[in-house]
Design a protein around this ligand. Structure first.
Ligand SMILES: [Zn+2]
Length: 89
């Protein structure tokens, strides 16, 4: 599987809630910023297109992976809506 297709499968999993419950989840953008599940869902087409065919105009919507609160030692906020996705325990 190409990297882009892998990333799209991450986006789909997140948007459908098919991720491990009990953690806070976020999509990791190509610029290292995080997007919350809500923003991924509400901008789903934009995110999918930017992830499949990366281009400068939609750079900030390109997803490169997922991360969760179990992998992070710092709190995380969404780069789009600025809500706190998870806070450090
Ligand atoms: Zn958000």
């Amino acid at each position: 599987m190409r990297n882009n297709e892998m990333a799209v499968s991450y986006v789909r999993a997140l948007a459908r809630g098919r991720v491990h419950a009990g953690y806070g989840w976020a999509a990791v953008c190509s610029d290292g910023e995080l997007l919350c599940e809500t923003c991924v869902r509400s901008n789903y087409r934009l995110v999918l297109r930017a992830t499949l065919k990366p281009c400068a105009a939609s750079y900030e919507w390109q997803i490169v992976g997922l991360t969760n609160s179990g992998e992070s030692e710092t709190s995380a906020h969404c780069a789009h809506c600025h809500k706190i996705i998870w806070e450090t325990a």
